[in-house]
Design a protein around this ligand. Structure first.
Ligand SMILES: Cc1cc2nc3c(=O)[nH]c(=O)nc-3n(C[C@H](O)[C@H](O)[C@H](O)COP(=O)(O)OP(=O)(O)OC[C@H]3O[C@@H](n4cnc5c(N)ncnc54)[C@H](O)[C@@H]3O)c2cc1C
Length: 224
């Protein structure tokens, strides 16, 4: 249990990574603060998001553990039965087929905005999780006992650990000093292109994934 007034974890950014991490930690009994700059817009069935994920069963199982899969599934998630994976730079390709694996489907196609919306809502139901939104991380102070996240609102969140999940232009990354730490291996980037518009998900059973690499960001040490 935390010391009085101190959180276990501050998560910066409530995209899919930050909200899922915050939710998992809170459901494990940790006291968590989730800081997000913008309130996620409510998902609307009438405005399909073209940014989609091809979920494998283990992704689904994770969301089930977090209590977030049922609300996603109830809204819109379409099973896919085949997946072709190829390298953007050329080379071979892989072709997965549910029939060949003796399965009904390989996974589900899920819209990004729906996932963010439902994870955000699930975070709001967690008693151990406090959401700070709209607010942004301005500074990080670290000492031997923990870390303090200083927010634009002036609020100071004291925790044992701070997790940066604030996307590609990460403020957390910008605030830390990388001296003495090795760079991460190159980032993996991948996109899933639906074989049609997301509005046609009900007709889609083929997910196509193009893989590639790009230069990654270095792992950094948080410094006061
Ligand atoms: C156009 C597009 C299409 C994509 N298509 C696919 C796809 O088909 N399949 C796939 O697997 N992936 C796809 N991706 C990649 C995928 O969306 C990202 O990998 C994923 O969204 C990353 O999630 P995240 O939570 O790390 O970051 P983000 O989604 O970027 O979330 C970061 C959050 O942090 C918040 N934030 C930022 N700075 C601060 C701050 N200082 N204080 C507080 N909050 C802050 C932001 O408001 C945001 O909500 C696509 C990405 C894009 C842009």
């Amino acid at each position: 249990m935390s010391r009085r007034g101190q959180l276990d974890l501050v998560v910066v950014g409530a995209g899919v990574v930050g909200s899922a991490a915050a939710l998992a930690a809170a459901r494990d009994g940790l006291r968590v603060a989730l800081v997000e700059a913008h309130t996620p817009p409510p998902w609307s069935a009438d405005a399909p998001d073209l940014r989609v994920y091809a979920f494998a069963p283990d992704n689904q199982a994770l969301l089930e553990d977090l209590g977030a899969w049922a609300p996603v599934r109830a809204a819109r998630a379409h099973p896919y039965r085949r997946m072709r994976v190829w390298d953007a730079a050329g080379g071979g390709e892989l072709d997965f087929n549910a029939d060949a694996l003796g399965r009904g489907h390989l996974g589900h196609i899920v819209e990004h905005s729906l996932l963010v919306d439902r994870l955000w809502a699930a975070c709001g139901r967690e008693p151990h999780l406090q959401r700070h939104c709209p607010d942004t991380l301005q500074a990080i102070e670290q000492d031997a006992d923990g870390v303090t996240a200083v927010l634009a609102s002036g609020q100071r969140l004291r925790a044992k650990l701070l997790l940066g999940a604030d996307g590609a232009a990460s403020a957390v990354r910008g605030l830390v000093d990388g001296d003495g730490l090795a760079a991460l291996p190159a980032d993996r980037s991948a996109g899933v292109a639906a074989g049609g518009r997301a509005s046609q998900l009900h007709r889609l059973d083929l997910a196509r994934r193009r893989g590639g690499t790009r230069t990654g960001a270095g792992r950094r040490r948080i410094q006061s």
